[in-house]
Design a protein around this ligand. Sequence first.
Ligand code: HEM
Ligand SMILES: *[C@@H]1O[C@H](CO)[C@@H](O)[C@H](O)[C@H]1NC(C)=O
Ligand SMILES: *[C@@H]1O[C@H](CO)[C@@H](O)[C@H](O)[C@H]1NC(C)=O
Length: 326
Amino acid sequence: MASSSSACLTSIMAIVIVAVLALSVGNSHAQLSTSYHSKSCPELLETVYAVVKSAIAKERRMGASLLRLHFHDCFVNGCDGSILLDDTSNFIGEKNAGPNRNSVRGFNVIDDIKSAVEKVCPKVVSCADILATAARDSVVILGGPTWEVKHGRRDARSASQGAANRSIPAPTSSLSTLISSFKAQGLSAKEMVALSGSHTIGQARCTTFRARIYNDSNIDTGFAKSRQGNCPKTSGSGDNNLAPLDLQTPTAFDNYYYKNLINRKGLLHSDQELFNGGSADSQVRKYTNYPEAFSADFAAAMIKMGDIKPLTGSKGEIRKYCRRMN
Ligand code: HEM
Ligand SMILES: *[C@@H]1O[C@H](CO)[C@@H](O)[C@H](O)[C@H]1NC(C)=O
Ligand SMILES: *[C@@H]1O[C@H](CO)[C@@H](O)[C@H](O)[C@H]1NC(C)=O
């Protein structure tokens, strides 16, 4: 009797141990780490940096475009490289989703990085990890803060245009919509405000800010007039005309994004929602006065964004070409 009950106890313990192990393997976050590729690809960081550096030297806006690619990857079923998959005759990717079509760019640079990485360490670094690294390098090269990028993500064998349409916030969003779309990804309102500081670099198309410059009342009049000069009121013509998201220093990663908001010179309706008499005002004020606070919060929030639902272990794959599955 005694021996059978202790055998029973032993097998219960064994089951518990197996269950705990299975849980920790299933907990994908556990496996991303900053040293993930230190043995398998010691040249990874310098290889990515060199390609990003030369792409930005050719065109400074590219830094913004690469940063945004990582965001649009992570917000759609996790940071899994899904945004990089091309549409084919029997596959619908995310590139033609509403928030991406005629808008996201930088895919050739990602291809260049991937082929440089494949040369030094074939088949070990995912496209998702390359996106996270290129985003960080872009911010650094444009004068922003640095952080240690975690690695170990694997690449999706699927994509979701529907999820891209639903999950990436629109520039018409209200503050509460912005907060809830980041909450849905496990990011706080505070992290949303910090990550929005990305709009201190890069460009937007007329179609994304037309309603703001003609119809919003919380906009500096002179600023609205000057933006109207290159963004006609009627949709159709001029839809793709560009304007800088930060009118002061569009290729420097600084805190002018927030200073602009205080002057009612946010370009997107969604930008100005962060400083419009609501709950985010105080954080915007803080970032205009304490750029170091913005830098620290931004870096921490980027790490958190990079942790969104990665594929690890035996899930997904390490793509050879970022535009297609193996
Ligand atoms: C808070 C909600 C956000 C909204 C509503 C939003 C919306 C937009 C829109 C409409 C554009 C212009 C796209 C175009 O006209 O083609 C844009 C550009 C950009 N966004 Fe966001 N965004 C948000 C958050 C973020 C975040 C979190 C990041 C990065 C972590 C980011 C990075 C960028 C960058 C860098 C650009 C410029 C890209 C370029 O010049 O190629 N955005 N965003
Ligand atoms: C996503 O949005 C685009 C552009 O608005 C639309 O053409 C497409 O049908 C949508 N796809 C899905 C799956 O919702
Ligand atoms: C401005 O608002 C009016 C009334 O809602 C609307 O008819 C018009 O299309 C809007 N204009 C732009 C440029 O969004």
